[in-house]
Write a protein that binds this ligand. Structure first.
Ligand code: SAH
Length: 219
């Protein structure tokens, strides 16, 4: 069935309320808030969720995966401190919503997804048409993208069991990686910055709950 994509005044109003909620929860980066205000999140979800797409919650997107909470997307995007034209590697394309937020902020996005079903989703036309410099890959995020490395920023959007060494190697000096690192029942959000002497500076933030980062590809 053909689906119509309409961004109505009602959607825009709900989006504004979501931005206000994120601000009240401590998101201060206006570049992040402007991007969330600009992107029709309901385009990234099943049409059944049309009216509730702007609630601060996760939704099923198929293949046992979820689109992250808007707060989580905003939180990770804020920690990344994106500047225009930076090369950003995202692990876990999922619904492509986070990729759109980064692209809207002016990043050059490279995103990897291991689930073929999600990688193939046709509804992603919106992102592909609007942010044509964003590149999407079907593969295992633990490997990164050596051909396109190094990256200014790396974002992992699934629960990482450990810090993937190949991703650290693909980070520029002065660049940083935002990673939810597994601590058993939840994940600690870390920002790792590669210093000039090659050492890694680690900052620790709030705890979150993500779907697991899994090895290999799933056809
Ligand atoms: N950024 C996504 C969040 C999706 S949830 C969004 O905005 O919707 C996490 C995603 O990470 C899932 O789609 C899952 O399939 C994917 N994933 C898990 N392990 C991965 C890996 N090793 N490489 C690439 N993607 C992975």
């Amino acid at each position: 069935m053909k689906r119509e994509y309409v961004d109505s005044y009602q959607h825009k109003g709900l989006r504004k309320q979501l931005v206000d909620l994120l601000r009240s929860k401590g998101i201060t980066d206006n570049h992040v808030l402007d991007a969330i205000n600009a992107i029709p999140r309901h385009f990234f979800l099943d049409s059944a969720f049309d009216k509730i797409a702007y609630e601060n919650r996760a939704f099923d997107i198929g293949a046992d995966q979820t689109i992250s909470h808007p707060y989580t997307v905003a939180y990770q995007s804020q920690l990344l401190q994106i500047k225009k034209m930076e090369k950003v590697l995202e692990i876990g394309t999922g619904s492509m919503y986070q990729s759109a937020v980064l692209a809207e902020m002016g990043a050059r996005v490279f995103s990897i997804e291991r689930q073929k079903q999600l990688f193939d989703e046709k509804s992603k036309f919106y992102v592909r048409a609007k942010y044509f410099s964003a590149k999407f890959f079907y593969g295992d995020g633990f490997e990164g993208l050596p051909t396109y490395a190094p990256f200014d920023k790396i974002l992992i959007t699934a629960a990482a069991p450990f810090i993937p060494p190949k991703l650290l190697a693909q980070l520029k000096t002065g660049g940083s990686m935002v990673i939810p690192l597994d601590e058993g029942t939840e994940q600690r959000m870390l920002r790792l910055t590669k210093m000039a002497d090659g050492s890694i500076q680690e900052e620790s933030f709030e705890a979150f709950s993500f779907v697991p980062m899994l090895t290999g590809k799933n056809s």
